[in-house]
Every structure is written in C-alpha cells, then in structure tokens.
Write a protein that binds this ligand. Structure first.
Ligand code: NAP
Length: 331
C-alpha cells in the first residue's frame, strides 16, 4: 500500500470549537430570512422552512462549521414551569455563513404537529389531543426582524475532512436530514479556493417530489459540475420507468455496482447519513451484503455469526459501530 493510499483512507477531521455559547447564557440573533422550503403543490402533510439568523457581533460569529448544529431556546416555560430546554438544529449554512462572512447561519426546521401520546408514568392514557412541538413551531413562526436566543455550536464528528479533495463523498439524507449536506456541498463546491475535484453524491429520500428540500440548489450543482451527482429516492411515487417508489437504501442497492460500489470500496470513499434512524439499518445490511463492512462498521462478536439478513434493529444498535469513514446523525 502506498503512502498516498494510507493517507487517503484515513480522513483527518478539523478541530472545532463547541459550546462557545451555552444554554445558560444564550446570545441574541435576529431572523433575516424565513421562507417555505417545500415546493408549491406539496402533497405531504409537513411544513418545512429555511430560516436564516444573523449572529453578527456575538461569539457565534464565524464559529459554526458545516455539519455542526446550533441551539435555539424558545421563550416561556414548560408544563413544569421551567424555562424551555434548548433544542438543537442542524446548520444548513456553509462554514462561511449565508453571507460569506460567518455572520448569518441557517437551518431547516419542520413543524412538529402530532397527537399527544403518553410519555411517562402518570400521563393520562386516554389523552390524545393535538400536540404542537414547542420549539419547531416557534422557529417556523418567527418573522424577519424577530429576535431569537441562540447557543452553540455543537458536534465534532459529523464534519468534512480537512483535505476535501483526498476523498469522495456519499451523502445520504431523509427529509430535513438534508440540511448538513447543503452546508457541506456549499463548502465543497463554493469554497474560495475553488470547487472540489472529488466525486460527490447526494442521495435524498422524501415521500413526494414536492418534499425535495433545496432541490433547485442540488439540480444547479449537478448541471454545473460533472463530479456532483444528485439521486432522488421518492418513496410514495412511481419512478419514471413505472416501478414502485423506493427508499434511500434501496436506491443505493440498485445503483451499487455502477455508481456507489466503486466509491465505497475504494480508499477514498467517505459516507455520511443524516435523517431517520431506519435508514441506518438498511444501509448496515446492504454494506454487509456487499462485504464492505470492514471499512465502515465495527461489528461486535455477538453479531459475527448471525447472517446479516437476520440482524434485527436492536442488535444493530447494540453491536455495530460506524468507523471513521461512516458519519451518522440519525433520530
Ligand atoms: P420525511 O420528509 O418524512 O422523509 C422521510 C423519508 O424517508 C420518506 O420518504 C420515508 O418514506 C423514508 N423512510 C422511512 N423509513 C425509512 C427507512 N427505514 N429507510 C429509508 N428511508 C425511510 O422526513 P422528516 O420528517 O423530515 O424526518 C427527517 C428525520 O431526520 C427526523 O427524524 C429528524 O429529527 C431527523 N434529522 C436529524 C438531524 C440530525 O441528526 N442532525 C437533522 C435533521 C433531521 P415513507 O414515509 O414513504 O415510508
């Protein structure tokens, strides 16, 4: 193995600052943009916005790196009379901010609209009234000019490596999990030192085409750069060839030999996942089927003699850990 190969397979991640602003002493930002992030004629029941917050003059200015999160503290108190806890939101903005100077950060909040379900002992099992997520609805309601309490940044593992061009990237997202990949793709292709020469693939999973967040941005990147590739896994619509809708993992499986396999099995491949937790399990099993687990997953002895198709979620959660080549942020 040459020295080059060794370096390429071992990504070096940057040191990042964390919790410069803590929830005990949040700083005040100002909303400078809030716009609908879904397309017109949307079919699904969700509401997603793109919200930009000016943090200039605060210690957060210039300190948030693509892939990290920041916190928002909603005003008021919870059911126990205590101030609301901080909620974390993935940055959708690049490291240089929306403004190019690190003054304006952004995120992609989705309104939580649900029915109340008992969470803890003592909750009324019959109660099932409308439940509105406190912070997600607060952030989506904010208007330009509104002040907002912010904290952060947080996260030190879900980052791009220091030397962008030494690796190729596969970004897999479901829904609002696309936010950090908008940030990272901006860092990779709009960097002051020029666009990356690496192969970059974004795989975006949504229920309907109208839920493809930041679709225009990714389509434009694909048009402009031949090393950027955008794959849409739309789960509830028929594909152009008439076949059924599909999930991210199924799309990666279908295009494995021709598109994803060569990258994942080379020393340059890095893989990132953000979104629904279910996506992770499908990918673990796919990687086991394709026999590329060593590079991306550490499998504990408890699972080594069990055929991958028999792994259940609990086993995967307990006995599989991603390596330094697989970055996972799922909920
Ligand atoms: P959404 O719009 O509902 O889209 C989710 C898509 O994933 C749908 O097409 C869904 O298909 C599909 N899906 C369901 N189960 C799957 C599985 N096992 N494997 C692959 N795809 C699957 O998504 P959303 O409501 O925005 O939710 C995104 C999630 O990401 C939330 O849980 C959010 O908390 C999380 N998130 C995490 C971070 C972070 O970690 N930093 C950041 C942002 C978002 P069907 O519905 O058709 O079955």
């Amino acid at each position: 193995m040459s020295d080059d190969t060794i370096t390429a397979s071992m990504p070096i991640f940057p040191e990042v600052k964390m919790n410069i602003v803590t929830p005990k002493a949040p700083v005040t930002g100002t909303v400078v943009k809030s716009e609908v992030c879904l397309k017109g004629g949307r079919k699904s029941a969700g509401f997603v916005r793109h919200v930009e917050i000016d943090v200039s003059g605060t210690p957060l200015e210039g300190q948030c790196r693509a892939g990290q999160s920041f916190g928002i503290v909603a005003p008021g108190v919870d059911a126990n009379g205590k101030p609301h806890k901080v909620r974390l939101y993935s940055l959708a903005s690049p490291t240089c901010g929306e403004d190019g100077e690190g003054k304006v950060i952004s995120t992609t909040p989705k309104r939580v609209i649900d029915e109340f379900t008992p969470q803890k002992d003592g909750d009324d099992p019959e109660k099932h009234e409308l439940f509105l997520g406190v912070c997600s609805n607060y952030v989506c309601d904010l208007q330009v000019g509104d002040k907002v309490q912010v904290t952060g940044p947080s996260g030190k593992r879900f980052l791009l490596p220091v030397e962008h061009d030494k690796h190729d990237y596969i970004f897999m997202a479901t829904g609002t999990g696309i936010a950090p990949f908008r940030s990272m793709c901006k860092d990779l292709f709009e960097h002051p030192s020029g666009p990356t020469t690496s192969q970059v693939h974004v795989v975006m999973g949504t229920p309907y085409t109208t839920d493809l967040l930041y679709d225009e941005f990714f389509c434009e990147l694909e048009e402009k750069y031949e090393n950027f590739h955008y794959h849409k896994a739309v789960s509830r619509e028929k594909q152009t060839d008439g076949s059924r809708g599909l999930y991210v993992g199924q799309l990666v499986g279908q295009k494995y030999d021709e598109v994803f396999g060569p990258i994942l099995s080379s020393d340059r491949g890095l893989m990132y996942m953000c979104g629904l937790v279910g996506m992770q399990f499908g990918i673990y099993q796919l990687f086991a089927e394709k026999q590329i687990t060593d590079a991306y997953m550490t499998i504990k002895d408890e699972l080594k003699d069990v055929c991958f198709s028999d792994w259940d979620r609990e086993q995967m959660r307990r006995y599989i850990k991603p390596t330094h080549r697989m970055m996972v942020e799922v909920y």
